[in-house]
Design a protein around this ligand. Structure first.
Ligand SMILES: [Zn+2]
Ligand SMILES: [Zn+2]
Length: 157
């Protein structure tokens, strides 16, 4: 996604409204499954020697739950500001390519330990069963070794 910035460079406080859609195919990532275009809105502001992007990215995406490993989809709204030096390699012949900038800002702001639900029960560490869908009896049979020791002591008395 290319924005012409040659008319802004070196001009103090020149502003440009941004409203672009980046297709999910352009943002392909192994951990974040973009399920819609990413709508990017906001402003690009120039100072004498920099450009400042104040942007909001909105999209639907799938993440893998860190407890039950299920992929769940949600709508995300991510706001960020990025200062762009004029020698940034994404500026070529007065045009700025936004894709990498938007992509990097989204990826660092996505949850690192995503949960499909804050009450997600996760997988049973014994049998691997998803405890959100079925309960298993594993935990009750497995007694914590320290508790088992205490139980033996009490039984012995
Ligand atoms: Zn989960
Ligand atoms: Zn189990």
């Amino acid at each position: 996604m290319i924005i012409r910035v040659s008319d802004m460079i070196g001009r103090n406080e020149s502003e440009k409204e941004i409203r672009i859609d980046i297709s999910s195919a352009q943002l392909k990532d192994s951990e974040v499954l973009f399920d819609s275009d990413v709508r990017v809105t906001g402003k690009l502001i120039s100072t004498e020697d920099k450009l400042i992007a104040r942007l909001t990215a909105q999209f639907r995406a799938g993440l893998t739950c860190s407890r039950c490993t299920k992929v769940f989809f949600d709508h995300y709204v991510i706001e960020f500001e990025e200062v762009i030096d004029l020698d940034n390699p994404e500026i070529v012949e007065g045009e700025l390519d936004f894709v990498e900038l938007v992509r990097d800002n989204i990826l660092v702001r996505m949850p690192t330990q995503p949960l499909c639900d804050e009450h997600c029960k996760g997988l049973c560490f014994v049998c691997g069963q998803d405890k959100n869908t079925h309960d298993c009896d594993c935990e009750t049979e497995e007694l914590d070794p320290r508790l088992a020791e205490l139980k033996n002591l009490l039984d012995g008395e």
